[in-house]
Write a new protein. Structure first.
Length: 179
């Protein structure tokens, strides 16, 4: 019940903020709002939905970061409150002029390499990228060798016709004559 009430309040806030800001953004102006970043200070941060370039950058960075609560989703897709807070930090840092790599480095310093959904291709993480390729090559070689054995022509075995031979002329017949 509490969750439904919070979702209703969030929907009203989003609808109330996005309609006027979209109208002003259509006129070519940048819309900013005041967001508390520290107990004593405030920072002007663009309102979500008003600055499409910033929204795209936030979305790009947020899709690369893992949600610490959900662990299988990015913070962009996660419904967790912590993910929403992390997206807010991403938005604040990008609005302050930091690059996407600076924002990623901030989260890497705070959470470690685990926070990235896609591991960096360096060090031990290279195994993640190369092991599938190595197994595909090994599997292809095994398949090639197996198919080569299947289609290799077998040595011709000379056919003997025992029907016209006289008794005792064949090795088996000679053996039977001695008994």
């Amino acid at each position: 019940m509490r969750v439904l009430r919070m979702m209703g309040v969030m929907a009203l806030l989003v609808l109330g903020v996005s309609v006027p800001s979209a109208r002003v953004a259509a006129q070519g102006q940048t819309v900013t709002g005041t967001v508390e970043t520290s107990p004593g200070g405030t920072t002007n941060v663009p309102i979500p939905g008003a600055d499409t370039v910033l929204d795209r950058r936030v979305r790009d960075v947020s899709q690369r970061l893992r949600c610490p609560v959900c662990q299988g989703e990015s913070i962009q897709e996660s419904p967790a409150e912590l993910a929403a807070q992390m997206k807010g930090v991403v938005r604040e840092q990008l609005a302050a002029g930091k690059s996407e790599q600076d924002v990623l480095n901030y989260f890497l310093a705070k959470y470690g390499d685990w926070i990235l959904l896609e591991p960096r291709a360096e060090g031990i993480n290279l195994l993640v990228y190369w092991i599938p390729v190595i197994f595909m090559l090994i599997g292809g070689a095994v398949l090639f060798m197996t198919v080569k054995k299947w289609i290799k022509p077998r040595a011709a075995v000379p056919a003997t016709d025992d029907a016209g031979a006289e008794p005792g002329s064949t090795p088996v017949g000679a053996e039977l004559n001695h008994v």
